[in-house]
Each structure stands twice: as structure tokens, then as C-alpha cells.
Design a protein around this ligand. Structure first.
Ligand SMILES: C[S@@+](CC[C@H](N)C(=O)[O-])C[C@H]1O[C@@H](n2cnc3c(N)ncnc32)[C@H](O)[C@@H]1O
Length: 471
């Protein structure tokens, strides 16, 4: 029985029991719990200013020279405001802020590279935003030249770019191909006109289709499409139509994110009329619809909210148990250190996490004072590593052997004793299966996956409101 069926009132549920006659109740409040997306553990709200630029510099110096690195570059600008957007970005009306930003970004890249010492090998590079595609060709060439001067890109390194297909020119595509981009992640969200109007993002299907065709023709073959459910005015019928159209494009990967409406945190989301948002039950049904339809089209469900064709690297990593969780979602990248550049970017090192200052002006001023622009971070304790590993395995594999995780840290499954009562309660509600020391979340229950992870989270405060509902 799926999540939506479990949410039904008991009289509605009669025909949809679990097959054993025992209709299990999943209180709506459970799925309304505000749970993190666990792109890291501890999660970003628990980073603190005690981990500063000096700590980060020391961590960089300590990194083993043999470790291949992953790099992330943040471009915090867009040329229009999508009202649903939860990312670190601002709207600009001229190109000058991009040029100024890049000058400081080059300083940051050089400073990090000199703290690292020798020229380090890089296996993955991701450009995110905001909209990296706001850069002009000249900007791209300069940025790649600075990155290649400071880092050694391994043969076959993945270079991925988040793409806003609106206004994507042939020249921009040729530039991306020229600089060696291997993967493009295209923002679509929903194709229904009413939804697009209510999020201030008009993007006809023909625009997405043309971007896909032209990227492929230019040799950029790895394509990902982002969809969002739970948007204002969104309906199951509209979403079904969106899915049908998007699936004709045969992307290698799809991500289907639950809309995080956090207007206290992202003020512009107040432009969305909250009365037009689907309720929890509708969200659950929308996600299930997407999940069913995409699986029927032959995609492998991956982790919380991703899907990949069986020959894609992400699906292979899933099958081989090598999938990793990172700030962009899921990755088959096995680099054990990720370095983030640009305002708000997060770095994940073996020692812990650090986040750059989010406001561009302050980020710039830290750089101009000769420092690395760190706002806060967290050094991983032994307990963080243990819990973080269990959470990452669950988020990636939907399954974890607690005894195996604990053994990796010289402990037994008893190390998770405090988690058991919460897990048993979630198991009684059908969200997770406990089999000895192994936990399993069924694919059709993955909308509840973050709740299972939250059982391990020593920092999670149920009252915190910065996260989206579990479903
Ligand atoms: C950083 S955005 C970059 C997309 C690119 N700028 C574009 O316009 O297509 C990456 C993705 O995050 C997702 N996203 C952004 N805000 C979100 C929110 N509030 N809730 C859920 N997903 C969101 C969207 O699917 C979006 O495509």
C-alpha cells in the first residue's frame, strides 16, 4: 500500500488495506513533519561560525594529495525571478555583476588552490546556481582557463551545468560543448501554463525540446530534467501531461523535487498565493503519479527523488551500491572531497563541512581582505560520522545494515540503541521494515524516507520550519 493510500481516512481506506486486513494509519501530521533533505549530516542549519576560514585552510592543507577532488562553482544570478525558487540567487538587469563576480571568483579559486599546494586532480565539476547560463561565452572561457590552470582534470572528468533553457542561444551551446561540458541539467518544473504563470516562469514545451535537441546535436549527451510537484495550481492531470511530454525527450535522468514553500526564509515565495498550493494528500498523490509514470517508462528510481535509465552512470552506481548523496542531489562521484567556490557554496571535506558567505557583497569583501570567504561550518565528531553514514546509505540505497555501518567505526549495532524506539514506531506505521539489524524502505514508500533518516538525526528539531514537508 502506497503513502497516499495510508493517508486516506479509515472509511475511504477499506478497499486499500495492506492485504493482511490490517489498515495501518499514517497520521497526516507525520508527513507534515519538517524534515531535512539530508544532502549532508549534520545539515546546514547546524553549521556554526566556530568553523572559520582558518579552520578551512588547515583542512585544505591536510588533504591527502592523492585524493581526486570534486569542484562546485556557484553563479548566484538569474535574469528573471522564479517565485518558487529556493536557491541562493538574485535577479540582475545587466551583465556587469557577472563580470565583477567572476573577478573575485578567480581570486577565490587561486587562493584555495594555493592552500592545497600541488595541482590537484579533479574528477567532477558542477556549475550550479542561480543560472550559470547567464555567463557569456567569454566568461565561460576565462572561468575554465582559471580552473584548468589551478587543477588537473582527469581524463573523462564529468563537467555538469545547470541550464535555464529560456533564451539558451546556439552560441551558448557551442561554448558549453567547446569547454568540455558532458552533462546538462535542465530546469523544467511543470509544463502546465497555469502553473507556469503562478510561479512566474513561462517556458513552453517547444523551448525545452529545442534545448534538448540542440544540446544533443552539439555532443552534450548526458541530459537531466528537473521537475517539481506540489507547485501552486498543480493538478494530477496537468502533471500527467507534463510527464508524458517530458518523457518523449528521453532524458537520461529525471529529478522530481517536492516544492519547498518557505516564505519566511525566501521572501519572494510570498508572491505565491498559498491557497493555491496542493495539500499534503494531493502532494503525496502527485509524487506517486510521477513515480509510477516514470518507472513505467523504464527508468530506475534512485534514492529519494531521482530516476535514471538503466545504462546511466547513476543507475549503475545504484545497482553497485556506490551511489553518493551530495548538495546537488545524487552522484556516482567517488571523490572524497568536494570544494565549493562562489557565494553560498558548500565544501564537504573528510574533516567536515564549510559554507561560504551567501551575500555576494560580504563574500567579496572577505576575499578582498585576503581571507577565504567562509561563513560557518561543522567539524565532524565520531558520532556525526556514524549517524551520517547510516543516513547516507538510507538516502542512497533505501537500505542500511546498521551492524555493518557500526563495524566500520569499530562498534556494534548497539551504537544505534537510541534510534530503535523511533524506528519501531515508524515500522509500526509501515514506513520502514526492520529485519535484524537491516532497515529497508520500499520504493513506493520513499516519500517517507527522510522521516526514517530523521530518526538517526541527533540535531533534528521537529519544531524547525525551514524544511519542506516530508512528502
Ligand atoms: C538551482 S535551480 C537551477 C535551475 C536553473 N536556474 C533554471 O532556471 O532552470 C535547480 C533546481 O532546483 C529546483 N528547485 C528550486 N527551488 C525549489 C524549491 N523551492 N522547491 C523544490 N525544488 C526547487 C528546481 O527544480 C530547479 O530546476
Amino acid at each position: 500500500m502506497c503513502i497516499a493510500a495510508r493517508l486516506l481516512a479509515p472509511d475511504q481506506r477499506q478497499a486499500e488495506t495492506d492485504g493482511h486486513g490490517a489498515a495501518m494509519t499514517l497520521p497526516l501530521s507525520l508527513l507534515d513533519a519538517r524534515v531535512p533533505r539530508y544532502t549532508s549530516y549534520p545539515t546546514a542549519p547546524h553549521f556554526h561560525p566556530g568553523v572559520d576560514n582558518l579552520v578551512f585552510e588547515r583542512w585544505l592543507r591536510e588533504l591527502s594529495p592523492d585524493l581526486p577532488l570534486s569542484l562546485y562553482v556557484h553563479m548566484p544570478f538569474c535574469d528573471t525571478l522564479c517565485w518558487f525558487c529556493g536557491c541562493h540567487t538574485t535577479v540582475i538587469n545587466s551583465h556587469a555583476p557577472v563580470v565583477h563576480y567572476l573577478a573575485d571568483l578567480f581570486t577565490e579559486i587561486g587562493r584555495v588552490a594555493s592552500a592545497l599546494g600541488a595541482k590537484r586532480r579533479v574528477s567532477h565539476l558542477h556549475f550550479g546556481g542561480g543560472s550559470p547560463t547567464i555567463m557569456a561565452s567569454k566568461d565561460w572561457y576565462m572561468l575554465m582557463e582559471v580552473l584548468r590552470r589551478n587543477f588537473e582534470f582527469v581524463q573523462g572528468a564529468e563537467i555538469a551545468v545547470e541550464i535555464d533553457p529560456r533564451g539558451l542561444t546556439d552560441e551558448a551551446i557551442a561554448t558549453l560543448a567547446e569547454i568540455g561540458v558532458t552533462r546538462a541539467s535542465i530546469g523544467v518544473q511543470d509544463l502546465d501554463e497555469a502553473v507556469q504563470r503562478s510561479i512566474n516562469r513561462i517556458q513552453p514545451f517547444a523551448c525545452t525540446q529545442s534545448a534538448v535537441d540542440r544540446l544533443r546535436a552539439a555532443g552534450i549527451r548526458g541530459l537531466n530534467i528537473d521537475l517539481v510537484y506540489g507547485l501552486p495550481q498543480q493538478s494530477e492531470a496537468g502533471l500527467a501531461h507534463t510527464l508524458n511530454q517530458v518523457l518523449t525527450l528521453e532524458p537520461d535522468r529525471l529529478a522530481v523535487f517536492g516544492y519547498a514553500h518557505v516564505p519566511h526564509f525566501k521572501k519572494h515565495q510570498n508572491l505565491i498565493d498559498a491557497r493555491t498550493l496542493p495539500d499534503l494528500m494531493a502532494r503525496a498523490r502527485q509524487f506517486e503519479l510521477a513515480q509510477r509514470r516514470i518507472a513505467e517508462a523504464g527508468y530506475q528510481p534512485i534514492g529519494l527523488d531521482h530516476f535514471a535509465r538503466s545504462e546511466d552512470g547513476l543507475a549503475i552506481a545504484w545497482r553497485e551500491g556506490r551511489l553518493r548523496r551530495n548538495f546537488q542531489g545524487y552522484s556516482d562521484d567517488d571523490a572524497s572531497a568536494l570544494i565549493g567556490f562562489g557565494a553560498s557554496a558548500i565544501s564537504a571535506l573528510p574533516q567536515g563541512y564549510v559554507q561560504n558567505i551567501a551575500a555576494v557583497a560580504q563574500w567579496r569583501s572577505a576575499l578582498r581582505q585576503g581571507a577565504l570567504p567562509i561563513a560557518r561550518g561543522v567539524a565532524l565528531s565520531a558520532d556525526d560520522r556514524l549517524r551520517g553514514t547510516a543516513i547516507e546509505r538510507l538516502m542512497c540505497n533505501l537500505e542500511v545494515d546498521l551492524a555493518g555501518v557500526a563495524a566500520g567505526y569499530g562498534q556494534t549495532a548497539d551504537a544505534f540503541a537510541d534510534v530503535l524506539p523511533r524506528l519501531r514506531s515508524l515500522a509500526a506505521q509501515g514506513l520502514v521494515e526492520i529485519d535484524g539489524t537491516t532497515l529497508r524502505v520500499a520504493h513506493e514508500m520513499r516519500a517517507g524516507l527522510r522521516l526514517v533518516c530523521a530518526a538517526f538525526d541527533a540535531y533534528w528539531n521537529e519544531g524547525a520550519v525551514q524544511h519542506a514537508p516530508a512528502v
